[in-house]
Design a protein around this ligand. Structure first.
Ligand code: MN
Length: 145
């Protein structure tokens, strides 16, 4: 099966969805699912786009992400480090690792994200975990909750 792009980081027959149905812990993020897994390839292939200055949810979970940036630039928190990312960079999010994506103020950040079809629900930091995260200056200045 071929899913043709219609240009501008959209694909034929693929809806542009809100990032998450619930919550307000993110800002200006859209989600598209281009492949939903089949047979011995039980993974989803998604495209997320964070608008300029926007961010994804600060979260962790047992399932992993393999990400490739294909548009724009931004920064990503993985565990306790914040790293600038741009087109063609690859990001691996290991199990139970805090992560958050932010687009630069003057650029979108678009990335492909591979994830297992069967996966646990993301967890949000509790107060004690936030306190721990904020013990790092770099993390405290980066995270949006
Ligand atoms: Mn995640």
């Amino acid at each position: 099966m071929i899913v043709k792009t219609t240009g501008d980081f959209k694909w034929e027959g693929v809806d542009v969805l809100p990032y998450k149905e619930d919550g307000n812990m993110f800002r200006d993020v859209t989600r598209q699912v281009m492949f939903e897994g089949t047979g011995d390839l039980p993974v989803e292939f998604r495209y997320f786009e964070v608008g300029p200055g926007g961010h994804s949810t600060l979260e962790r979970h047992e399932h992993q992400h393999a990400v490739m940036v294909i548009r724009g630039r931004g920064r990503v928190l993985v565990r306790d480090s914040v790293t600038p990312i741009c087109c063609q960079d690859i990001v691996h999010i290991p199990p139970m690792t805090w992560h958050q994506f932010r687009a630069d103020e003057d650029s979108p950040l678009g990335f492909l994200c591979i994830v297992a079809c069967e996966r646990d629900r993301p967890q949000r930091p509790c107060e004690a975990e936030l306190e721990y995260l904020r013990s790092s200056d770099v993390v405290r200045e980066f995270i949006q909750i």
